[in-house]
Write a protein that binds this ligand. Structure first.
Ligand SMILES: [Zn+2]
Length: 66
């Protein structure tokens, strides 16, 4: 039997066996990010530069609380 691929969070690299991962699609590629790293993708995508290709160009969500 073929072994199933274990996915890891693109940011913290925790596996899907430890934390829920959400699939995302960016720049023609599939990637996975965990529930705890989603806020980074939303508010500080620049921090994912080097981990998610092209992340440096993702605009952060506007801050609606000052
Ligand atoms: Zn993560």
């Amino acid at each position: 039997m073929a072994s199933q691929t274990l996915h890891h969070c693109l940011n913290c690299e925790r596996p899907e066996t430890m934390i829920p991962l959400l699939a995302l699609r960016y720049d023609g590629k599939d990637a996975w990010i965990c529930s705890q790293c989603i806020p980074i993708l939303i508010h500080q995508p620049i921090q994912l530069a080097g981990k998610l290709r092209g992340a440096a160009t993702i605009p952060p969500a506007p801050e609606d609380h000052a």
